[in-house]
Design a protein around this ligand. Structure first.
Ligand SMILES: Nc1ncnc2c1ncn2[C@@H]1O[C@H](COP(=O)(O)OP(=O)(O)O)[C@@H](O)[C@H]1O
Ligand SMILES: [Mg+2]
Length: 206
């Protein structure tokens, strides 16, 4: 479906996804690659509105199914408008979160049927899978718990975040060839170096 390289950073809130996304993007740009840095939810104009709908605590009691559908709608528009066109141009696309977040938060977190959440999200994203997912793993009590002003999902409670962490890890275990799991509180430059090493192997396969 595409000629570029699709890299995703996953993990809990506050684990360092944005930090590592920028460092990797800088390095790839130095290599002369076209890099598109994007995020879910919110990587498009429609997505920015959906992001407010899912994350703004003022909406109160949101149905878990409505939440899952809004996230899936964000992903559908994101893949259609941003990710696939960039991959077709041959760019490296780096997304801060993707389908695994829906499986972790709406599937495991909200306790919806994980197979259905997966089917919904695969349909929404036209079955586009990342070439590599970097999972930054951290105990939520050291990550999201420290965020002062929490959005609706960040404030959803420790048990939800623990379930999400376990689900992220199980997805990585299921498919090690497409995942790199790193402990998120190692020094920032060491994590960045490990990511670069793995990404380099995608740029020029041995
Ligand atoms: N490896 C690390 N060790 C300690 N602190 C980190 C590390 N990586 C990022 N941070 C810090 O953690 C905070 C959250 O990082 P951020 O990249 O915004 O996380 P996320 O995008 O996953 O929510 C920032 O203050 C950042 O500087
Ligand atoms: Mg971030």
């Amino acid at each position: 479906m595409a000629d570029g390289i699709f890299i995703v950073f996953e993990g809990g809130d506050g684990v360092g996804k944005s930090t590592q996304t920028s460092l990797l993007a800088e390095w790839l740009a130095d290599q002369g690659r076209e890099v598109v840095v994007t995020l879910e939810p919110g990587g498009t104009a429609i997505g920015a509105t959906l992001r407010d709908l899912v994350l703004n605590p003022s909406w109160g009691d949101v149905s878990p199914r409505a939440e899952a559908l809004m996230y899936a709608a964000d992903k559908a528009q994101h893949v259609y408008e941003v990710v696939l066109p960039a991959l077709k141009r041959g760019a490296v696309v780096i997304s801060d979160r993707y389908v695994d977040s829906a499986l972790a938060y709406q599937g495991a977190g909200r306790e919806l049927d994980p197979d259905r959440v997966e089917q919904l999200n695969r349909w929404a994203t036209r079955d586009l899978l990342p070439d590599l997912t970097v999972l930054l793993d951290l105990d939520p009590s050291l990550g999201v718990a420290g965020i002062a002003e929490k959005d609706r999902l960040e404030g959803a409670g420790d048990a939800l975040h623990q379930r999400a962490r376990e689900l992220f890890l199980s997805l990585a275990e299921r498919d090690p060839g497409h995942y790199l799991v790193l402990a998120a509180r190692e020094p920032i430059d060491e994590i960045a170096a490990a990511v670069r090493e793995r990404v380099a192997s995608l740029l020029s396969p041995a």
